[in-house]
Ligand binder design. Structure first.
Ligand SMILES: NC(=O)c1ccc[n+]([C@@H]2O[C@H](COP(=O)([O-])OP(=O)(O)OC[C@H]3O[C@@H](n4cnc5c(N)ncnc54)[C@H](OP(=O)(O)O)[C@@H]3O)[C@@H](O)[C@H]2O)c1
Length: 318
C-alpha cells in the first residue's frame, strides 16, 4: 500500500539546503498522494538535519495527518564518532532509533531499516535489534537495505522466524544499475518482501542535464557535498542516457519519466524513491505515472542499450 512514487530526503533537505523549498516539496508531495517519505539518521548534511527539518515540517503542517503517512528511517552508515556510531551493531541501531525519534519528534517510525550489511556484525545480532525495535513499539515494520544476496535470504529467515517479517528491501536500481534483477528482486518476491528502488534516476544521470558535456551549476554533481561527483559523470553513462532519451522521446516522455516508468512496469517493484531539488522536478517525476506501459520492442531496445550495465555487479551492493 505504498505510493508508486515515494520521496527520499537524502539530498536537498539538510541544513545546507533551502528550507522553504524543502517544506514546499514535502507539502506538495503529500497533496499529490505521496504518503511515503524515506529518511535515514545520516541524511543532511549536516548528518541528522534532514530528520530535524522533516520533524519541523511535520509539526508545523502535517501533525493532524500522521496516520496517513508512512515514514521510514535507517541506521548503519557513519553517524557519530567512535566504533558505535557506524555499522550494524545492536549498539548502533538501538542508539540510532532513539536519536531519530528525538530529531523528528515522532513516537514511532513505520519502517526502520538496517541501512547496510557491515560485513562484521553477526547478522543474527542486527536482526535481533530490528526485532526488538518492533517489540518496543519504536517501529511498526522493519526492512533491510543493500544486503548481498546470501545475507538477504538469511535476514528474511531470521526475521520471519521471529514473526517480524521483512516488509521492505531497499536497493539501488535503475536503467544503469541493473544488478538487483538477477538475484535480489527474485528473492524479495519469493520471500514476500516488498522491493523498493532507490536512486531511480541514478542521482540525476538519467536526465538530460549532463548531455552538453558540462556540469550545470546547482546540480548534484556540482555540489561539493553531493554524493554524485563529476568523476561519475562519465562519457559512457552520458552516451547511454542520450541513447535512452531517443526511446523516451518516441514515448512522449522525458528520459527521467521513462526511467521511473521502466522501474514501475515490474509488478515486483513496490515503490520507487525519487529525490527532488524542486517542486517542478517532483511534478515532472509524478507525470511518469501517466504512461507506465512498454511494448516488447521498447523493452528489447532498452535492454540492448543498457546491456553493459547488466554485467556490472558490485561485490557488496552499493
Ligand atoms: N538505502 C540507501 O542506502 C539509499 C541510498 C541512496 C538513496 N536512498 C534513498 O533514495 C532516495 C532517492 O535517491 P536519489 O536522490 O539518488 O534519487 P534520484 O531520483 O535518482 O536522484 C535525484 C536527483 O535527480 C535529479 N532529478 C530528480 N527529478 C528530476 C527531474 N524531474 N528532472 C531533472 N532532474 C531531476 C535531481 O538532481 P539535481 O539536484 O542534479 O537536479 C535530484 O536531486 C534518497 O533520498 C533516499 O531516500 C537510499
Amino acid at each position: 500500500m505504498l505510493p508508486a512514487i515515494s520521496l527520499g530526503l537524502w539530498h536537498n533537505f539538510g541544513s545546507v539546503d533551502d528550507y522553504s523549498e524543502a517544506e514546499r516539496m514535502i507539502l506538495h508531495a503529500f497533496d499529490r498522494g505521496i504518503t511515503h517519505f524515506d529518511l535515514a539518521n545520516n541524511y543532511g548534511p549536516v548528518p541528522g538535519s534532514a530528520e530535524t527539518n522533516f520533524g519541523r515540517i511535520l509539526r508545523d503542517n502535517l501533525s493532524a495527518h500522521r496516520d496517513e503517512l508512512f515514514l521510514s528511517s535507517k541506521a548503519g552508515h557513519q553517524m557519530w564518532e567512535g566504533p558505535y556510531g557506524d555499522g550494524s551493531s545492536r549498539k548502533n541501531l538501538m542508539a540510532s532509533i532513539d536519536q531519530s525519534l528525538r530529531r523528528t519528534g515522532l513516537e514511532y517510525f513505520d519502517v526502520f531499516y538496517s541501512h547496510r550489511y557491515d560485513g562484521v556484525t553477526p547478522i543474527e545480532e542486527t536482526m535481533q535489534a530490528l526485532i526488538d525495535i518492533v517489540r518496543q513499539g519504536k517501529a511498526l515494520y522493519v526492512g533491510i537495505s543493500k544486503y548481498p544476496p546470501e545475507k538477504q535470504r538469511l535476514a528474511y529467515k531470521i526475521l520471519r522466524d521471529a514473526h517480524v517479517p521483512c516488509l521492505l528491501s531497499q536497493y539501488k536500481y535503475n536503467l544503469q544499475v541493473r544488478y538487483p534483477e538477477s538475484r535480489i528482486i527474485p528473492a524479495a518476491a519469493e520471500e514476500g518482501s516488498g522491493f523498493v528502488a532507490f536512486s531511480p534516476l541514478n542521482q540525476g544521470l538519467l536526465t538530460d542535464k549532463y548531455f552538453s558535456g558540462t556540469i550545470p551549476a546547482g546540480s548534484r554533481a556540482a555540489r561539493p557535498e553531493g554524493f554524485l561527483q563529476p568523476a561519475h559523470v562519465t562519457a559512457h553513462v552520458v552516451a547511454s542516457a542520450k541513447r535512452l532519451n531517443e526511446i523516451a522521446k518516441r514515448r512522449g516522455q522525458s528520459l527521467s519519466q521513462m526511467a521511473l516508468a521502466w522501474l514501475l512496469r515490474d509488478q515486483r517493484v513496490t515503490s520507487v524513491i525519487v529525490g527532488a531539488r524542486s517542486v517542478a522536478q517532483l511534478d515532472s517525476s509524478l507525470s511518469a505515472l501517466n504512461n507506465l506501459k512498454f511494448s516488447a520492442d521498447e523493452l528489447t531496445a532498452i535492454d540492448n542499450m543498457t546491456s553493459s550495465f547488466l554485467q556490472q555487479s558490485p561485490k557488496t551492493p552499493e
